[in-house]
Design a protein around this ligand. Structure first.
Ligand code: GAL
Ligand code: ZN
Length: 661
């Protein structure tokens, strides 16, 4: 494990660099990320490169034995480049150019961007290939699928469609362009979805998301290939930007060695619209799922966020450390804090780093230093440990985009609904992997495959094999609704999943915010958003509606299939409903869980052959008490045995070692 910071030498007087490197060293920092926006300093005019300043900064870090990750500067094309090659600028759906002034003013499909990016990347990688301090690369910065409608994108989109559909007549047929006289007579009539209306042909809109996602992944792969040419021994990663996003992160990271994420959990716990701390747990679990292995945090919360919005609360004492440990608890091996010094210039002057504008060490740096010392102490124990979970949730950017194109009813939000399922399990201390819906799933006991709106025969076959062999699958409403091209399929819902689920949906009602009741076993629980009237074919009823005109009709079922079982939830349960639903399944699978875990306390287990490392995190401002299961364990810091109840102060972090018997 390692701890680092993001640093921008180009923002500061070079006289400060040596002092900063020294202070970083004493704060326990062994790694810096540099240069990801510094194109104008690295190549001040076209073809004239100046790496002397970066050499000097890197040599100062090297002198302190601090390693360096260099970011390719392609997210910020300099003024000369934009002036010389205006086609690098993206064009929005109203056909207006996006001008420089912020950053990310670049179209991935612009040949000029590719050409200029290639030159700077080749220069940088040749120059730093053998530098002893440089260990790896970050491509660009937070690549997202650009909603670009420039001429390059239009042409590339046409080629993409031709490859996918072949003849134009096939595209017309697959997309159903006959509606509203939308039929294309020639390829020249095919454009990106201009005008920004959400009511355009849904097949066009979804394919455009796929195309922009592919363009982003291709730009990332292009960079990775260039870097590998000269630096085959260096790692390459990229810093992904939270969730939910259009671009498919699984594709984006196909060319990367491991995943990295920028993690800015909420500091304002009272008014956190991201559904409280559990958004963070999902972000980290999703990131671990990108490559199905441990990852880095390339930017970790260090101070009050602001600038892109009014400033949020300052991190509460203990929060910086606890969130950093939370990252590690869910699979981060390296945590890089953003940023060392708070910027005094530019647009992000109030997105605070570890040091304030005055640069004197204060509370936040002290807390960070405590964290880095703890990491140094525990590195030997934690290095090499991984998460091994029995439960997986299948996640899909395709479904996310399809639901964004056609929101299903009031309150229905794919990401929030997935988050709810994840949260309900996290709240009971259950470890969950969140993985690409196209991945293999054999190693799990339970696979939750929610909202498989677009059907995919390969995924259905994978699920069928898994259940046949004894696995448990949980399916939900709004599944099997559409063909891959985003048109409704003509059979009973849930389409290709019907055999697995053993049900047909006789009718549905998008109830939205009208709360409904379900009798689930002996309990009454709530549901909303959507109500499928479920008719079992081979399944058994577990719960029936107890409200409205569909009272008495089936809502939740289970189907025996091979050696396994398939649950179908024909609605969106409330949290308590999901708890009641999952409890017997979790018990039957002998999965460890902690039903009385207090709110905002998170558990996570990393393990290797010799031991398990149990992280117990209180991510709240209140004292909490946790009753742990019987197990022989000791505190990683003090070596003292730990048994019975744990008392946790606000933002307390306890790390407990459980030797394997
Ligand atoms: C990240 C970005 C950084 C910085 C930070 C604070 O998303 O990668 O460059 O802008 O947010 O806003
Ligand atoms: Zn473009």
């Amino acid at each position: 494990m390692q701890v680092g910071v993001d640093y921008y030498p180009e923002h500061w007087d070079p006289a400060l660099w040596a002092q900063d490197a020294l202070a970083m060293k004493s704060a326990g920092i062994s790694l810096v990320r540099l240069a990801e926006f510094a194109w104008s300093r690295l190549e001040p005019t076209e073809g004239r490169f100046d790496f002397t300043w970066l050499d000097e900064a890197i040599s100062l870090f090297h002198a302190q034995n601090i390693k360096v990750v260099i970011g390719t500067p392609t997210a910020a094309p300099p003024r000369w480049l934009v002036e010389q090659y205006p086609d690098v600028l993206p064009v929005n759906h109203q056909q207006q150019r996006v001008y420089p002034g912020v950053r990310c003013h670049r179209c991935y499909n612009s040949p000029s961007l590719r050409q200029c990016a290639q030159r700077i990347i080749e220069q940088l990688t040749q120059h730093y290939a053998d530098h002893p301090a440089v260990i790896g690369w970050q491509t660009d910065n937070e690549i997202v699928a650009n909603d670009c409608h420039c001429e390059h994108c239009r042409r590339a989109f046409t080629t993409w469609l031709q490859r996918k559909y072949g003849a134009l007549s096939n595209l017309n047929h697959q997309w159903g362009t006959v509606v509203w006289s939308g039929e294309y007579g020639s390829w020249s009539q095919v454009t990106t979805p201009l005008g920004g209306s959400p009511y355009q042909n849904p097949s066009l809109l979804l394919d455009f998301c796929r195309f922009t996602s592919d363009s982003a992944a291709d730009f990332n792969r292009f960079q990775a290939e260039l870097i590998r040419q000269y630096c085959p021994d260096h790692f390459i990663t990229h810093n992904l930007w939270g969730y939910p996003v259009v671009g498919d992160y699984y594709d984006l990271f196909a060319s990367m060695d491991f995943a990295a994420v920028d993690y800015y959990p909420s500091t304002d716990l009272q008014h956190d619209e991201k559904a409280n701390i559990y958004h963070g747990a999902l972000t980290l679990d999703l990131t671990r799922g990108v490559k199905r292995r441990n990852f880095w945090v390339m930017e970790q919360l260090s101070g009050t966020p602001g600038c892109w919005h009014p400033m949020s609360r300052a991190p509460f004492p203990g929060m910086i450390r606890a969130y950093a440990w939370q990252s590690i608890s869910r699979g981060a091996d390296v945590v890089v804090n953003f940023r060392w010094r708070t910027a005094r210039v530019g647009a992000e002057q109030f997105w605070h780093g570890l040091l304030d504008h005055h640069g004197h060490p204060g509370r936040r740096l002290r807390e960070f230093s405590q964290f880095s010392q703890e990491v140094a102490r525990l590195a030997e124990v934690i290095d090499g440990t991984q998460l091994h979970n029995d439960v997986a949730i299948l996640f899909s950017h395709q479904q996310l985009n399809a639901f964004t194109v056609q929101p299903q009813c009031d309150g229905f939000n794919y990401f929030n609904n997935v988050k709810q399922l994840h949260r309900v399990l996290v709240q009971q201390g259950i470890g969950i992997d969140v993985i690409n819906w196209l991945e293999r799933i054999d190693d799990y006991k339970i696979v939750i495959a929610p909202y498989l709106f677009l059907e995919n025969a390969t995924v259905v076959a994978t699920l069928e094999r898994f259940v046949t062999a004894g696995g448990i699958v949980v399916l939900t409403t709004r599944s099997g609704v559409k063909h891959d091209n985003n048109v409704c399929q003509p059979d009973d819902l849930p389409g290709l999943l019907s055999r697995l689920a053993g049900v047909r949906v006789a009718e549905y009602d998008p109830v939205g915010h009208d709360r409904q009741q379900i009798r689930l076993g002996a309990e009454m629980v709530g549901c909303s958003q959507w109500c499928d009237i479920v008719e079992p074919t081979t399944a058994t009823i577990l719960g029936c509606y107890a409200s409205d005109y569909f009272s008495g009709q089936a809502a939740v079922t289970v189907n025996a299939f091979g050696k396994g079982q398939v649950y179908y939830i024909g609605t969106v349960l409330d949290d308590r409903g999901y708890q009641r639903f999952f409890a017997p399944i979790i018990r039957a699978c002998a999965i460890e869980f902690c039903p009385d875990l207090p709110r905002d306390v998170e558990l996570s287990i990393r393990s290797d052959q010799d031991k398990r490392v149990l992280f117990v995190l209180n991510l709240s401002k209140e004292n909490k008490t946790v009753a742990l299961t019987e197990y022989s364990r000791y505190d990683a810091f003090t070596g003292e045995p730990v048994a019975g109840e744990l008392l946790l102060a606000p933002f307390d972090v306890r790390i407990l070692i459980e030797p394997r018997q």
